[in-house]
Ligand binder design. Structure first.
Ligand SMILES: [Zn+2]
Length: 335
């Protein structure tokens, strides 16, 4: 596909519509106003009760100055972040907004340690914050439905995690291709990427296990491209599937999966260069974050900030990450 001529989007002024300095310069009141404007965009920043949806709420701030409203209908209290992913926040709102800017400014991802250093908070705080932002990004990526008449999609899979370090001496080394010598943490990320469209990613134990997921999320009627892996054979019954054998070339007879491959290139660089370990329980989150970043790569950073903040507002308090370290501590004590 021909590239648009001229300057790369990320080099243009249009890509930079919000700076970190602007966010760190916000007063508490201004940060609250920014958050309110995005959370309650329909009512121009006027609070709406998260419990019952009533738009008539009385302001009754805490003595500390922290936000609090009381709903006229249900009489319940709520703050600017109640009912969102940032519920029960401990740090100033400005720090959370700054975290979003830092997070969206990175192209391949942000490590929790670096985020902690940027914000001046503990690693644990940054770790949970980064995962909450991934959770918000995942909402958008998870809703994607691809395929259908006139579309062209590409599918591919790649394995992540579960690295086993080989022994020092050759005589002690095991054959790491054998299942019994692996760590069991290795998982396959499968991506479906629509040309000129969105992408969808999920992790599975093997590439074979992804067939049901693909059928559930990709409508029939379009053309699908896949490589020579036997895992995709079953999809021939459901889609107009074009295959390319990578032993012979990257693009043969119009079949190619280069866009799916390039999607993996970004996730692989995030693994190698940023996070180092993205295996195990949170692989799905990293994959969905990568899908979000890829799909929104041509958005100005101010727009990305607004998008992620509105996703944070639309997301209920995190089940996985609300009180994450406190629960880990209790589990450690055997409670
Ligand atoms: Zn209410």
């Amino acid at each position: 596909m021909p590239r648009p001529s001229g300057q790369h989007f990320l080099l243009s002024a249009k890509a930079r519509t919000l700076s970190l300095a602007q966010v760190f310069g916000l007063t508490d009141a201004a940060a609250e106003e920014v958050f309110r404007g995005i959370r309650w965009a329909d009512t121009e920043g006027n609070p709406v009760c998260p419990h019952c949806g009533c738009p008539i709420c009385y302001e009754c701030r805490r003595p500390s100055g922290a936000s609090r409203w009381r709903c006229k209908a249900c009489r319940k209290d709520f703050s600017v972040t109640s009912g969102t992913l940032f519920a029960s926040h401990k740090l100033p709102l400005r720090i959370y907004l700054a975290a979003i800017v830092i997070f969206v400014n990175e192209v391949k991802g942000k490590s929790a340690l670096a985020l902690g250093r940027d914000l001046g908070v503990q690693y644990k705080t940054a770790f949970v914050l980064a995962h909450k932002l991934r959770e918000a990004m995942a909402i958008e990526a998870r809703e994607n439905r691809l395929g259908g008449e006139g579309t062209v999609t590409e599918i591919d899979g790649a394995y992540f995690g579960g690295h086993v370090r080989p022994e020092n001496l050759k005589k002690d080394r095991k054959d790491l291709r054998r299942t019994e010598n692996r760590s069991g943490k290795r998982r396959c990320v499968v991506v479906v990427r629509e040309r000129q469209g969105r992408s969808l990613a999920r992790s599975f134990a093997t590439e074979d296990a992804a067939t049901g997921f693909i059928r559930a999320h990709v409508a029939r009627g379009g053309v699908m491209h896949a490589d020579e892996a036997s895992s995709w054979n079953r999809l021939h019954a459901h889609y107009d599937l074009r295959r390319v054998n990578h032993i012979h070339g990257y693009s043969i007879d119009g079949a190619c999966t280069n866009q799916a491959e390039s999607w993996f290139s970004r996730l692989r660089r995030a693994e190698i260069g940023i996070h180092h370990h993205i295996s195990g329980d949170y692989l799905d989150r990293y994959a969905q974050e990568a899908a979000f970043r890829e799909d929104n790569r041509r958005q100005p950073n101010g727009e990305l900030f607004r998008l992620v903040t509105s996703l944070v507002c639309a997301t209920k308090p995190s089940i996985d990450f609300c009180g994450y370290w406190q629960r880990a501590q209790l589990a450690g004590k055997g409670a």
